[in-house]
Design a binder for this molecule. Structure first.
Ligand SMILES: *[C@@H]1O[C@H](CO)[C@@H](O)[C@H](O)[C@H]1NC(C)=O
Ligand SMILES: *[C@@H]1O[C@H](CO)[C@@H](O)[C@H](O)[C@H]1NC(C)=O
Length: 500
């Protein structure tokens, strides 16, 4: 029905729209902003936002229609433009436009229109060269890059993680870390030197190095990285568990814990989803925002949970669900860790699309083997998150506040039913917490935030080094998998100084 009205509206103009009670989008009043409008910001998928505003200056808070905005991206100097574009309706009156470039262009023109009329300051001309993700063209001056990317001056979690390490001695850790952890753990020893990446792996299971290689390659294509030498833990659990700060070893991990001193990085899952946005993965922070389910008021009030049996509290959750099916619908999609309990907690159920989670108002976040890496997506989905207290954390958890961004639940889930009931009895508060959590994720967990985090982390860590990082015996060079022969790029920075 709505779609039908919208079509009428588009074809027959304002008279019919007025009788149908449709509010009209006023192209001049709309707002457009975001990193994807800056030529020099290179991201795997660039993106910007549109806020729909009506003719009285009121912002839309519901969708003005999924197809209201038409976006065209072209390279004025070229015959063909190889750019994939998507307009994502966030259903709150705002849109994300994202585009992935498969070649670099001298200039790029971005047109945003409503019914043939330009919106805000459209057309936007990005004075290039505008490089695509695979173009190897690092900015020499990292300060400039940080500024273009709009990175924060300092990141509290990085300060906290590096505080126990007043200095780092590459000569020393190069020997000591493999001795301490190299036998039983899966580790990657990296050296970045002259913006080239070298690696030596320790341990048997090092397949996950692909995620680390990928983000390092992506960074070195964009910006000159500091010379730095470090160890990445590819396993789930943090490693440095010494109680005293004496002779601690710096280990980079995807998950931190309150009883360890590992240095956290954004998880491989979140990192990969950023690198592959509009590539092979479908689940990422942007696609979730276009699939947040019905409006709050129409969401199903039974909490939904699906996952693996990777922790005993998850069994507890399924037990609770059996007892209180009207409150919680929880089931396993896989048994692995507690196979002998399958008769009690099974049978396993079919996977459901992650987007379907957001048909439900209440989302439960419970640790798996370590932190559940789905939290970024749960937060951004416009449902309220009930988060289990846990010793494990990702790089952003310490910035989240209980009762502001999520509803806290005891680690043994003893108060889960009570907290769910609280949410039901305080719907306005629960809705506000959902909104605040979403806001946090929108502001802190997008692709540019992830790139800023990695760069700042390596930069600050590098500044602690007291000996020269070296390419050690047995290291090999990490080369880009996707040498882009099809769409090569001319990096002007390699020939002369940045003349822009
Ligand atoms: C809400 O979800 C539960 C559990 O998935 C389901 O059993 C129930 O039928 C749904 N309620 C409505 C009104 O759709
Ligand atoms: C759950 O943990 C709390 C402390 O957070 C404790 O007081 C309570 O006894 C525990 N409940 C069960 C059933 O273990």
């Amino acid at each position: 029905m709505f779609r039908f009205l919208l079509l009428c509206y588009l074809f027959l103009g304002t008279a019919l729209a007025a009788t149908a009670g449709e509010r009209r989008v006023n192209p001049e009043n709309c707002l457009i902003w975001g990193p994807g409008l800056k030529a020099k910001v290179v991201l795997p998928a660039r993106y910007f936002y549109i806020q729909a505003v009506d003719s009285t200056g009121q912002k839309f808070t519901t969708s003005p229609g999924e197809k209201v905005f038409q976006v065209k991206i072209s390279a004025p100097d070229e015959q063909f433009t190889r750019v994939g574009v998507q307009v994502l309706d966030r259903k709150d009156g705002s849109f994300i436009v994202r585009y992935r470039m498969y070649a670099s262009y001298k200039n790029l023109k971005i047109e945003v229109k409503v019914q043939g009329q330009h919106v805000a300051n459209s057309p936007y001309i990005l004075k290039g060269p505008v490089y695509h993700e695979n173009c190897n063209c690092p900015t020499e001056d990292s300060a400039t890059w940080l500024e273009e990317m709009n990175c924060p001056q300092s990141i509290p979690q990085i300060q906290r993680d590096l505080a126990p390490f007043p200095t780092v001695d590459p000569d020393k850790i190069a020997v000591e870390i493999p001795q301490r952890f190299g036998q039983r753990q899966s580790l990657c020893h990296y050296t970045l030197k002259d913006n080239k990446i070298y690696i030596k792996t320790h341990g048997e299971h090092v397949g996950f190095r692909i995620f680390m290689d990928a983000i390092l390659l992506s960074l070195t294509r964009k910006v000159k990285m500091p010379d730095v030498e470090f160890f990445v833990n590819l396993g789930d659990w943090p490693l440095e568990k010494k109680k005293s700060n004496a002779n601690l070893h710096p280990i980079f991990s995807w998950c931190g814990s309150t009883d360890s001193k590992d240095i956290v990085m954004p998880t491989y899952d979140l990192t990969d989803s950023v690198l592959e946005t509009m590539g092979r993965v479908s689940l990422d922070m942007m696609s979730v925002q276009a699939n947040t389910g019905p409006p709050w008021e129409n969401k199903n009030t039974t909490a939904l949970w699906r996952g693996r049996d990777s922790r005993k509290e998850r069994l507890e959750l399924v037990k609770l669900s059996r007892k209180h099916p009207e409150l919680i619908d929880a089931a396993f999609t896989n048994f692995f860790f507690f196979k002998h309990d399958e008769s009690l907690y099974g049978p396993i159920v079919k996977h459901i699309s992650f987007f379907d989670f957001f048909k439900h108002k209440y989302q439960i976040n419970i640790d798996g083997t370590v932190a559940a890496y789905r939290l970024p997506y749960l937060l951004v989905g416009n449902s309220v998150v009930l988060k289990q207290d846990s010793i494990y954390y990702e790089h952003f958890y310490n910035e989240l506040q209980p009762w502001k961004h999520y509803i806290p639940v005891k680690s043994n889930l003893s108060d889960l039913l009570e907290k769910l009931q609280w949410a039901k009895d305080h719907d306005e508060e629960a809705k506000a917490i959902a909104k605040a959590g979403q806001e946090f994720a929108r502001d802190n967990l997008m692709g540019d935030n992830i790139f800023c985090y990695y760069f700042k982390l390596f930069q600050e860590y590098a500044s602690l080094q007291v000996t020269e990082p070296k390419v050690r015996d047995g290291m090999e060079k990490v080369e880009s998998q996707s040498e882009d022969d099809l769409f090569p790029c001319n990096c002007h920075r390699k020939k002369a100084k940045d003349e822009l």
